[in-house]
Design a protein around this ligand. Structure first.
Ligand code: 13P
Ligand code: SF4
Length: 348
């Protein structure tokens, strides 16, 4: 077996031999052992856009999760191959909404609400969910533009179905002045709304999905920091629960969190509620600021972390051997419809 150093040397060697025919984007939540090789580091939308602009590379080795690699495949040229170094690197949130559930839910909601409902999906969803949304007049949203896209959707229709992250949906709607009573959760398992509300009075129907990483930050975590370190600023991702977002000082996307920390004054104190690898990297990059995780006992995103040095090397060797593994290929019809939803978002 190769040592970590030998594996790293081999990755550099392969990267060099492919030159600009190989492009390696990596999400902020990736491990340092992978990030060191990244040609671009970004949040999910930035990486998709970067991949779309790169028309030279034959291989895009996408170090992130499955839905991001799908988006990269849909936005790149047909001759370009998108590789996910470990096919098990899914996203638990994206996997909480599949097409069968959504079609069943939509039939039910349309039978109750007629044509007064529009679907939106967070980019953290499968290509087939994005395609459904594209076919039904809706758009994708990211954590950076969710407010703009949701307010557009609310101008179009009386009701919005927000997939798959209930927390991003609730937090964004709340920011737009929608009362919690005007929102309800739709359970895909039960194929029905939870609670007793009159559906015609609702503005937002929240799919019952969540991020298994961000949902674990609690109000208690915030109260503990407030008590032990009252000077600390608390900043969280909007995939955290509503009570956590409301109790925090700042909330925003991955890019927003990074920008706030970069702009923060020296000697300021920060507790960050987002994925561990990113928090640890921010701690290392800002020795002049006191930064900690809002809950240091949480795990990193386990599926993201399936991409590690051995899997990356294995995927790269498969390119050398001209037998690529982990190729992500979204079918033509799904691509067309999903691009409709993505392009609608980019044009709003
Ligand atoms: P962004 O990278 O779009 O902020 O999303 C956060 C996330 O959970 C990625 O999986
Ligand atoms: Fe999915 Fe959450 Fe992991 Fe992002 S952090 S990939 S949303 S499970």
């Amino acid at each position: 077996a190769l040592s970590q150093t030998q594996m790293a040397e081999r990755v550099w060697q392969i990267k060099e031999s492919f030159g600009n025919k190989l492009f390696l984007p990596a999400h902020h939540y990736q491990k340092d052992e992978v990030i060191q090789f990244a040609d671009a580091i970004g949040d999910s939308l930035q990486l998709a856009q970067i991949a779309a602009k790169n028309t030279q590379a034959d291989y895009i080795v996408f170090c992130g999760v499955h839905f991001m690699a799908e988006t990269a495949d849909m936005l790149t040229q047909p001759h370009q191959r998108v590789i996910l170094p470990d096919m098990r690197a899914g996203c638990t949130m994206a996997d909480m909404a599949n097409l069968i559930q959504l079609e069943r839910a939509w039939d039910k909601l349309e039978s109750q609400l007629g044509q007064t409902i529009l679907p939106l999906t967070y980019v953290n969803s499968t290509a087939e969910i994005k395609a459904f949304v594209g076919r039904h007049g809706g758009a994708t949203v990211t954590s950076s533009n969710a407010k703009r896209i949701l307010s557009w959707a609310l101008e179009q229709k009386q009701h919005v179905l927000f997939l798959p992250d209930q927390h991003l949906g609730r937090n964004t709607a709340f920011d737009l002045g929608i009362a919690l009573e005007q929102m309800a959760i739709f359970s895909p398992a039960q194929n029905q709304l939870l609670g007793e509300q009159d559906i015609s009075q609702l503005r937002i129907i929240l799919w019952q999905g969540h991020c298994s990483v961000h949902e674990k930050f609690t109000l208690e975590n915030i109260q503990n920091i407030r008590q032990s370190h009252p000077e600390t600023n608390i900043i969280v991702h909007p995939e955290c629960s509503h009570e956590v977002v409301v109790a925090a000082d700042f909330a925003g996307s991955t890019k927003y969190i990074i920008d706030v920390i970069n702009d923060a004054q020296p000697n300021t104190q920060w507790a960050i509620g987002t994925e561990m690898n990113l928090v640890n990297r921010l701690i290392a990059q800002h020795p002049d600021k006191q930064i900690c995780s809002l809950n240091p006992n949480l795990c990193p995103c386990l599926t993201m972390n399936r991409i590690d040095l051995p899997h990356l090397l294995f995927a790269l060797e498969s390119l050398v051997n001209r037998a690529p593994i982990g190729v992500i290929q979204v079918d033509e019809q799904t691509t067309t419809d999903a691009l409709t939803a993505l392009e609608r978002m980019l044009n709003i």
